[in-house]
Write a protein that binds this ligand. Sequence first.
Ligand code: FES
Length: 198
Amino acid sequence: MARLSAESEELARTIIPRYPRSRSALIPLLHVAQEQDGWVSPEAIAHIAELLDLTPVEVLGTCSFYGMFKLHPVGRYVVGVCTNISCLLLGGEELLAHCEARLGIKAGATTDDGMFTLEDVECIAACTDAPCLQVNYRYFLNLTHEQADALFDDLRAGRRGDEVPEHGTLTRVRQRIASERWSGHGAEGLPVPPGQVR
Ligand code: FES
């Protein structure tokens, strides 16, 4: 799997100077890597370490702390079904079992065609709209089993591209900010996380 591509490295090099200490750019650069490949590969970790003058172990230590960063390939769509208390009381366990049956995999696995990775997740802060799930961290709330089926069918058919981006993509709108904009420290120089726009 790839190190950061030339385009990703160029983006990384515009992000690093936004921080007083280069190592503070670590998490944004991990997002760049995950957006590129859908997961954070060992080669990308080594490349980020080089860019930030860190060791690969330091990069891995941060990366592995956060569940949103994947250290192995995942499906095009990562489906996280909440089974915490509110969802549990309103059918979250049943929804997860239904998703397992529908996709033909157990939680933690990826479908053979690489389309879906299914996860059993803790509270995703949408308790008032239980039961709920996320697909690539986009919310689907008050979900019936039939709505879950329709969602999976739509995703397979490519009909939800405007709602659900590829895994690892924080936003559908890539910021376009020239690196020179960040050379000053005025109001226009305030840092913006990668993947966000002003
Ligand atoms: S318990 Fe499911 S979103 Fe909070």
